[in-house]
Design a protein around this ligand. Structure first.
Ligand code: FAD
Length: 492
């Protein structure tokens, strides 16, 4: 969408007065109502979009989906394109302000960063509204070029009209493409296609030095490989070309339940070993106190036409307690989390604190971790949420900053808690930290999303291990003033 150019006086839209620049002495915005000696004001450069300072907007950006942190920005940029972001990054650098992209994921009026612990927060800095960049530019038989604020739901909808689909989709589709490829983006086909970040062919990115660059495996490859799953540390991704593959018409969903943890894990790895299902996830079903957990595998076969695949060869060698088979369209399967989200919203749990914990466990220590951790997780801790647990091969991940355990197979342990809205989240955050500490002793790594309190720079160095140098080298090159994405707290 093209917007008319704005005069400098209209650049910032505040509730009380027009902002004309940043007062470097008081470190507040200078407005037409508060005359200041000109020498103290850094005037705002022209942009095509808008920068708003009104309290309602800033307050809306102060929290994220987790409802666990408050980081109120000074202003929110609605960019018209990459040049606006470059202009604002340069302005921010001159004035020692921080900048972060905010995915503004979600549907309807529920737009916000879908992080849990302030990862997109930028206290006293400038938030960028990703949704302002929301165009699908092209769709070809093998890829799509989209703005960073386009959601996977928007892209999937458009791709399906051409019988195409992104190969890797998050369970919930209403997430910004720029946001998930900045953290990784995991879904039920990770064992086949890697993370969503691994399905990106090229990006347009504004670096922390205000340069607009194209990056791909052959153009600026160091930038490409550190921007993807790079926690927004080297640049703001404004556009991405992502792979598309032919979409199947239908999905045959096999739901296998287990009473025994070992059988559940063995069957998961049997399926992983021969990759017989294009889509495979697992879940731990926490039971009322005193009862052992139950387990579930959801494996999906795809087909076209009216004849679904024969279950017999697909279930060979598996030992579930119960088996259920249903058929649905591929579209309905990919949008399955919408019903779940609607239910949670209707229950009133959506806007409550959600202390999620996402870990990658080494396969060799997963049984130990589960045996130790699960007795400390109650049905009330999970609430209306769920606990995912499924394996994939770590060599499917192609970007160095997508950190997983140093083993061929890892298990995602994704504790997606939706506790009762009146629950005090503090004990859950303490529990997350305790589980993280124990998991790392067992060789686990965290996913960048989720809520783990008190991450120190030492924690991050341990997290990145040998790739700490990869990250710091890229940071020094592309964001030497540490202007970008402070909410991850990697470079405090
Ligand atoms: C209901 C729900 C379901 C989810 N399901 C899944 C799932 O199935 N799989 C999965 O992997 N995750 C899932 N997530 C987590 C999701 O991937 C993260 O929340 C992720 O951060 C994307 O959210 P976002 O687009 O709102 O980005 P934000 O949360 O706003 O941003 C995430 C981080 O990346 C930075 N960032 C955002 N956009 C850019 C950009 N364009 N360039 C540079 N940096 C950027 C931000 O500053 C921040 O640090 C889910 C979250 C929710 C709430």
């Amino acid at each position: 969408m093209n917007r008319p150019a704005l005069s400098r006086r209209a650049l910032l839209t505040g509730a009380a007065a027009t902002v004309i620049g940043f007062n470097t002495t008081t470190r507040t915005w200078a407005t037409t109502n508060t005359p200041t000696p000109p020498g103290c004001i850094t005037p705002l450069p022209p942009i095509q979009g808008t920068l708003t300072t009104n309290t309602t907007t800033r307050t809306a950006y102060a929290q994220d989906f987790g409802r666990l942190t408050t980081t109120t920005p000074y202003a929110v940029l609605n960019p018209a394109g990459a040049p606006d972001i470059a202009t604002i990054i340069n302005f921010a650098r001159r004035n020692q302000l921080k900048v972060a992209m905010n995915g503004q994921s979600g549907t309807g009026n529920d737009l916000e960063s879908h992080s849990n612990y302030g990862q997109a927060g930028v206290a006293g800095g400038i938030s960028i509204n990703a949704r302002a960049l929301n165009r699908i530019h092209t769709i070809t038989p093998t890829n799509a070029t989209v703005d960073a604020g386009v959601t996977w739901a928007q892209l999937t909808e458009a791709a399906l009209t051409q019988n195409l689909t992104p190969p890797c989709l998050t369970d919930y589709l209403h997430l910004s493409i720029g946001g998930t490829i900045s953290v990784g983006g995991i879904g039920s086909t990770v064992h086949k296609h890697g993370l969503q970040a691994d399905t990106v062919e090229s990006i347009e990115i504004v670096t922390g030095t205000g340069r607009i660059l194209t990056a791909s495996p052959t153009r600026n490859p160091d930038l490409f490989h550190t921007a993807l799953a790079g926690a927004g540390q080297v640049g703001i991704i404004t556009r991405a070309t992502v792979k598309l593959i032919p979409a199947p018409q239908n999905a045959r969903v096999f739901t296998l339940t287990y009473d025994n943890q070992n059988t559940f894990l063995t069957d998961q790895q049997t399926l992983l070993a021969d990759g017989r299902f294009p889509s495979q996830v697992g879940e731990i079903l926490i039971q009322p106190t005193g009862q052992p957990p139950r387990y579930k595998i959801e494996a999906v076969a795809h087909y076209n036409g009216t004849t679904p695949p024969d279950p017999t060869p697909l279930l060979t060698g598996l030992n579930p307690t119960t088996t259920d088979i249903t058929d649905q369209t591929y579209r309905d399967y990919t949008y399955r989390a919408d019903t779940f989200a609607d239910t949670i919203k209707n229950l009133g749990y959506w806007n409550a604190p959600k202390p999620w914990l996402s870990l990658f466990l080494p396969a060799s220590t997963t049984p130990t971790f589960l045996t130790e951790a699960l007795p400390h997780i109650t049905p009330d801790d999970i609430g209306a949420g769920l606990l995912l647990c499924y394996p994939f091969h770590t060599n499917k991940l192609t970007h160095p900053l997508a950190i997983t355990p140093n083993e061929p197979i890892t298990y995602l342990f994704d504790f997606l808690a939706f506790p009762h809205p009146n629950t005090n989240p503090t004990p859950a955050l303490t529990r997350n930290r305790t589980l993280y500490n124990r998991a790392t002793q067992l060789g686990a790594k965290r996913y960048l999303v989720g809520a783990i309190p008190n991450m120190t720079q030492t924690d991050w160095q341990n997290h990145y291990g040998p790739h700490w140098t990869t990250l710091t080298t890229a940071k020094n090159t592309y964001d030497p003033t540490h202007t970008l994405t402070p909410g991850q707290n990697i470079f405090p």
